[in-house]
Design a protein around this ligand. Structure first.
Ligand code: RP5
Length: 164
C-alpha cells in the first residue's frame, strides 16, 4: 500500500499551470505521487497559511512552489514550514520572469528556498530535485532517477541532424 502523497506542487494562479504541469509530468515519469494546488500568497493568504502550516502533518515531504511577478509564494511557504521548498520562477509577460526569479531567489539568510531556472526548465528540475531528495530514503526511486538520466544520455545524438 502506498503512503501519503510526498510532493505538493503549489502555484499562485491557474495561469501558472502551463509551466508547473511540466513538474507534474516529470514526477509522473518517475512514478512519484503529487498533489497540484492553487495557493496564492496575495489572493488567498489564509489558504497559504493553512496549507503550509499543515503540510508536514498532511504527509508532504517536499514542496514545489511556482509563482510569477512579485512571487512571494515560495518564500512565504518556506517561512511557514521547515519542509524543503523548491521555487520555480514563472515567466511573466512584463519582465520575462526576471521579476519572478529575483523575488524568489533573494531570500534573506535563515529561510531557504531552493530556486530553479525560469519557466519549464525550472519546473522539470524542481521535480527532479524533489525525486532526488525522496530517493535518499527510497532506493527504488533512486534507481528510477538513475534510469531517467541514462535514457536522457542515450537520447543525445553524436551529430546534429537537419531533420530535427
Ligand atoms: C502570481 O501572479 C501568479 O503566480 C502568476 O504567475 C501571476 C499572474 O497571475 P494571474 O493574473 O495570471 O492570475 O500571483
Amino acid at each position: 500500500m502506498k503512503g501519503p502523497t510526498p510532493v505538493a506542487i503549489i502555484m499562485g494562479s491557474q495561469s501558472d499551470w502551463a509551466t508547473m504541469r511540466h513538474a507534474a509530468e516529470a514526477l509522473e515519469s518517475l512514478d512519484v505521487a503529487y498533489e497540484a494546488l492553487i495557493v496564492s500568497a496575495h489572493r488567498t493568504p489564509d489558504r497559504l497559511y493553512a496549507f503550509a502550516k499543515g503540510a508536514r502533518d498532511a504527509g508532504y515531504q517536499v514542496i514545489i512552489a511556482g509563482a510569477g511577478g512579485a512571487a512571494h509564494l515560495p518564500g512565504m511557504t518556506a517561512a511557514l514550514t521547515s519542509l524543503p521548498v523548491f521555487g520555480v520562477p514563472v515567466e511573466s509577460k512584463a519582465l520575462s520572469g526576471q521579476d519572478s526569479l529575483l523575488s524568489i531567489v533573494q531570500m534573506p539568510a535563515g529561510i531557504p528556498v531552493g530556486t530553479l531556472a525560469i519557466g519549464r526548465a525550472g519546473a522539470v528540475n524542481a521535480a527532479l530535485l524533489a525525486a532526488a531528495v525522496l530517493g535518499l530514503n527510497d532506493p527504488a526511486l533512486a534507481a528510477r532517477l538513475e534510469a531517467y538520466r541514462e535514457r536522457q544520455t542515450a537520447s543525445v545524438a553524436e551529430r546534429p541532424s537537419d531533420e530535427a
